[in-house]
Design a protein around this ligand. Structure first.
Ligand code: DX5
Ligand code: ZN
Length: 224
């Protein structure tokens, strides 16, 4: 079974105390920090740049999982790599030569991941998986751009398709994950879970993180 991991999204942290938000996630037992980078073009919102990754990497020792919701990721991977990203996720819908950018991410010594939006057919990422250009696939279960949106079950079919193709791959799910939606997501074959508003909204984040992990372990691939 691939490692089941929980990744709090600091998009839901208090931006005035970002370092504190990162420390809180690590202290709660999170496996990685998920950093949502938005350029206001690829998605209708603007969030963090490389400086936020630098802050996070400086205050925690768990890996930085960096989700680039930007139109031209090729222009920024070096900056995010230098800032301390461990995994860099680019979108299949971005304006770039995906194979080239994924290879460039690996050349920088980082884990490469491909991300897919709800309305994009899963076939679009087949060659990334078949050719092993990626270590991880990130399936969006909301339209990217904002935290706190409702989970879309349309992600589950994509996850199962990819899981059947590749038992070795990490499959992350992002958007609307909580103690209920983690069940069908894990059952479909996801093993990495991004959660923003749910985790940061808890008084006791540590219990929520370990409960999410436990539920995911119990249901992993049960629907396949
Ligand atoms: C959405 C982001 C998500 C977001 C998840 O564009 O990619 O990572 O932070 O937030 P929740 O868990 O609140 O849906
Ligand atoms: Zn994200």
């Amino acid at each position: 079974m691939p490692d089941i991991q929980i990744m709090p999204s600091i998009l839901a942290a208090d931006f005035g105390h970002l370092a504190e938000g990162c420390r809180r996630a690590e202290a709660a037992g999170a496996d990685q920090i998920h950093v949502d980078v938005m350029d206001g073009v690829f998605v209708p919102n603007i969030s963090f740049g490389p400086e936020a990754v630098k802050v996070s990497a400086a205050v925690v020792s768990i890996p930085q999982n960096v989700h680039l919701m930007i139109t031209k990721p090729q222009n920024y991977i070096e900056a995010f790599s230098k800032a301390g990203a461990d995994t860099i996720q680019i979108h299949i819908e971005a304006q770039c030569d995906v194979a080239e950018v994924l290879a460039a991410i690996r050349d920088l010594g980082k884990r490469a991941a491909i991300t897919i939006n709800p309305e994009t057919p899963v076939e679009r990422i087949f060659e990334c998986v078949e050719n092993r250009w990626v270590d991880e696939v990130l399936v969006m279960s909301v339209h990217p751009g904002f935290g706190g949106q409702k989970y879309m079950a349309i992600a589950e079919e994509k996850i199962t398709t990819i899981r059947r193709m590749a038992d070795w791959i990490d499959i992350a799910i992002d958007g609307g994950i909580d103690h209920e939606t983690v069940v069908p997501a894990a059952a479909a074959g996801a093993n990495l879970f991004v959660a923003g508003s749910y985790l940061y909204g808890q008084d006791d984040m540590a219990t929520a993180v370990s409960d999410l992990r436990k539920v995911a372990q119990d249901h992993f691939c049960k629907a396949i």
